[in-house]
Design a protein around this ligand. Structure first.
Ligand SMILES: *Cc1c(COP(=O)(O)O)cnc(C)c1O
Length: 356
């Protein structure tokens, strides 16, 4: 076994809801800890899956995901050859870490952020350098630039950031990129960008074409509601894409998943409905937290990061009453996925709002 994997702290995945619900003896359990889409997924995805030709089950899938590739390229305004698909963005994090990191390298992040960047850095034998966020939990770009050393071969920018929900402007990101050496990769994870107000003006999607060391990533797991299908993609500079295709397993994305993602992409109405409903519920939560004097981060995502004087107790109380929220990301803070509208004034109805 290689030394780097001996003391790994694994990512703790969510427990299946049904079994946890039985364990807790609850009539209903709502997961607000995984940033899933509470509005489900597009009915067009269901139709496309049901129409899939089962006689293809013994055939390998299209290794190039041609139909999906051309649809994504058209939507993002990038070349089809710049796209690499992966089994969720999780697999992309593995792939780029494997490709660009070697033992002794360093990876730079603004923290707190998504734990998988650090986990896969560690597996590759690279060390993690974490620059704390500013007081408002935005990225401290000045400190990030100051932390760039010759050892740093990769920088992660999660935008909007998980778990804080804060979003950085494209101008600030580009100004930072201009300070990064051209042989240091800058990974921009836009898993939640669809939820941000004015997402079209915030995306860094065009940067890999202009900066060969920039990679921009998206997933179908969040706003498109396809977490179960496991698909994400990244946009690379044209000259890096062939290397990434060589590292990628040839049949990583199965046909059902390709069909599902294409149908989801073609239903922008579902996406827009999700985004606008999320924005409304997010605004309600932020107003609630402000009104009640809680400390919280301004969120551009489908979750909210807030402090509570008895955070662990509150999370456990909510769990016992049928609501899961995310703990363990910063002492005294909790991350709440924005759910659907709470139905009020129904006898026997328990709302989180009433309990927090
Ligand atoms: C959820 C998430 C991902 C990846 O999710 P996949 O389901 O693997 O596509 C990537 N980055 C961040 C920050 C996330 O929160």
């Amino acid at each position: 076994m290689k030394a780097s994997v001996k003391n790994l702290k694994p990512y703790v995945p969510e427990q299946p809801l049904a079994s946890l619900q039985r364990e807790l003896g609850l009539p209903k359990l709502v997961r607000l800890s995984a940033n899933e889409n509470p509005y489900g997924s597009s009915p067009q995805v269901k139709a496309a899956i049901q129409a899939w030709d089962f006689d293809q089950a013994n055939r390998y899938p299209d290794a190039d995901a041609r139909a999906l590739r051309s649809a994504v390229a058209a939507k993002e305004g990038v070349g089809p050859e710049q796209l690499v698909f992966s089994v969720g963005l999780d697999e992309m994090i593995v792939m780029v870490s494997r490709t660009f990191l070697a033992p002794g390298d360093a990876v730079l992040v603004s923290g707190p952020t998504f734990s998988e960047y650090g986990l896969h850095a560690q597996i590759e034998g690279a060390s993690l350098v974490t620059v704390p966020t500013l007081a408002n939990d935005h990225v401290d770009f000045q400190a990030m630039a100051a932390a760039l050393t010759p050892q740093v071969k990769m920088v992660w920018l999660c935008n909007p950031n998980n778990p804080t929900g804060t979003v950085e402007s494209l101008a600030d990101i580009e100004a930072f990129i201009q300070q990064v050496p051209t042989d240091t990769m800058v990974m921009i994870d836009e898993a939640y960008l669809d939820f941000a107000p004015n997402a079209a003006a915030l995306t860094a999607m065009q940067l890999p074409t202009r900066y060969a060391n920039v990679v921009v990533m998206r997933t179908f797991s969040k706003a498109y509601g396809l977490a179960n299908f496991r698909i994400g993609y990244a946009v690379f500079a044209p000259k890096l894409a062939p290397t990434m295709q060589a590292v990628r397993l040839p049949y990583n994305v199965n046909s059902l998943t390709q069909v599902a993602a294409l149908a989801a992409l073609n239903d922008q109405q579902f996406l827009q409905t999700t985004v606008s409903q999320n924005a409304q519920q997010r605004a309600n939560w932020l107003a609630y937290l402000a009104k009640n004097g809680y400390q919280f981060d301004d969120s551009a995502a489908n979750f909210i990061f807030f402090a509570h004087p008895r955070a662990a107790e509150l999370a456990e109380y909510l769990r016992q009453h049928g609501y899961l929220i995310r703990t363990g990301l910063r002492p005294g803070w909790l991350r709440l996925t924005v759910g659907t509208a709470v139905k009020r004034n129904q006898p026997g109805d328990t709302t989180i709002n009433d309990r927090v």
